[in-house]
Write a protein that binds this ligand. Sequence first.
Ligand code: T1G
Length: 693
Amino acid sequence: MTEQILKVEQVEAIALIGLNNPPVNALSADLRAATYKALQILRSDDAIKAIVIYGEGRFFSAGADIKDFGRATEKPTLPDLLKDINDSSKPIIVALHGIAFGGGLELALAAHVRVGVSGLRAALPEVKLGIIPGAGGTQRLPRLAGIRAAVDIICTGKEVSAEKALEIGILDRLTNDSARDAGIAAANDVLTGKIPANSTDGLSIAPASTVIDAARQKYTGGLKAPLRALESIEAATRPISEGLALEREIFLQLMQSDERAGLVHAFFAERATAKIPEQNAGLQEINSIGVIGGGTMGVGIASAFSIAGFPVTLIELQDEQLKRARTIIDLNLSGALKRGKMKQEAYEKTRDILHFSTNLTDLAKTDLVIEAVFEDMDVKTELFKQLDNICKPGAMLATNTSYLDVNTIAAATKRANDVIGLHFFSPAHIMRLLEVVVAEKTSPELVATSFNLARKIGKIPVRAGVCDGFIGNRILSRYRKCCEYMLLDGAEFDQIDSALESFGFAMGPFAVADLAGLDISYTTRKRKAKTRPVEERYVRIADLVYEQGWHGRKNGCGFYVYDDSKIRVPNPGARDIVTKERAMLGIEPQTFTDDDIVARCLTTMIQEAANVLDEGIALRPVDIDAVELFGYGFPRHRGGPLHMADQIGLDTIIDRIRTYAEEDDYFWRVPTLLKQMLSKNQTFADLNISPEK
Ligand code: T1G
């Protein structure tokens, strides 16, 4: 094991330890044990005068092995290993390239000299996982870079460039060599006295209470980790042993928190969705993109591909609409440039390869065409018939429909295997989720190609089957209905919004409805009225609000009244509508606590998610969590509805559904899958490991 996981060699008086634990050089128990042992052997060898640690492969290290979280830590722990490094009688030089995150960076901070290779990205991202650096980061980073920089880096988890790391004292030197060569050169300079080798733990720093106090005011977003990190950083002015002990105590406490479990689940969810049955299918070459429709979605999709450097042709019916689309795409591209998502050169090149046309035949040679026109089946099928005639054989044809039947759209062509759903979320150049909707005849190559493309444009693809609303909108529709029922039955709309916002959603459902435009949802409801089951309760409140001419934020009034500052105040007229509607239906308003509101919403999301899973619309529970986290604003630290279902317990969920069913046994029915899981004592996490039920 030692030989494989570490590459140890000697160059004259210098020993080299190469970390070799693909794919990310995670500091697993085996790697720690091997490094600890190698250091002992090398230190006892008189021929060795200095030791270099570097990373084999793509980068230095992504830090502790996140898969080990929640398990007992095997010895030596990372703090043990790092203390051993700091206390080493022989100088230890760490050479960093690519990525040095979390425990990887902490390892370097404990060494005597740090040399970086250009392009290095350093970070202590632990707060993003609900914990604080647990191997000296909160004590050693302040000693090297000062409290202000440490607070900024640790409380946000943000990345620091190689240049910045050099400037603030994390690095002693920055080079363009390979990490191994840079390490050897630095070790030679240490041995000849050109670079001093210092013990970080021996450094002391002055208190900076104003910095800490200001940060305390800033990190009040409800997450525990940034505030606990501050507590630990504050202790860096004390002797190192005391600071390290406090850091460890906080770290171990946070390791047990729901916040940590949720954030780690979200980390793995982001990556798990890529594992699909089609992952080994061949890829189609996609070098040009056509987008049809210059509305919000079309413009966002065109921007997303342009930002990633693809040549894009956008089609609209009229010059006027094209002009508007061009202006917005320009704004999106310059925004991406400003945010550092694009380099200047790429920005200019992209603008050169962005075309606008009113002529569909301009897509004749395009590799991928995405339709983002009006959400109407007749309009879409007519367009796909035309595309079938215009597009070259083998071109990939995608619809951005958010709920229509992709099988029917595909059947409008004579090449259904070339048709797929690519459901983007608005604003499409920002939102990370992409539902890849696989229709009956969609070829595996198309699915694999879509996943590959999604990654290239920075999206998180989730595989979905065909049904009304796919994964996300189907669950959203249940959630909204549940909120409307509570509104009619006695909760006020602003209470529902604020309860869900306190839970962690950026906006509650009624504020979202105002933002999206009450006119849009009104039209959708009217269109769906014919197919609405007669047994289903229908709440007219949103219709009545719209019929007053209140369209939401766009005309300053909806459920709320908005002034120029966009501060919302409940609309008394909307309140009045609610009261009258309750009275008209003879409903005696009941009291809902904030907890009741959240419990009902979560329960119905879980209920619908279980049906989505059972019908095979989603591959695994984790795919549903990913959809909710990356497309629907489900709070990341909660991990997603099915992660929460496991925490709450299936028996509780089922009990809740049965209790709510006493009011409405059409809406509240226990899904078959939940009953089966309960009888087999299964959790959703079990289904992630083994997709078959
Ligand atoms: N542990 C375990 N697995 C990891 C991992 C880690 N730290 N980092 C990545 N992976 C897996 C990942 O799940 C994926 O697996 C594969 O590696 C490739 O990753 C004591 C306690 C490093 C920038 O938070 O930010 O140190 O899906 O697809 O795009 O204080 O991974 O292939 O099966 O993301 O090139 C702090 C998290 C740990 C770093 C590489 N470290 N990782 O991105 O590849 S806590 C982090 C990342 C800690 C100490 C504390 C990124 C990356 P699979 P990938 P990538």
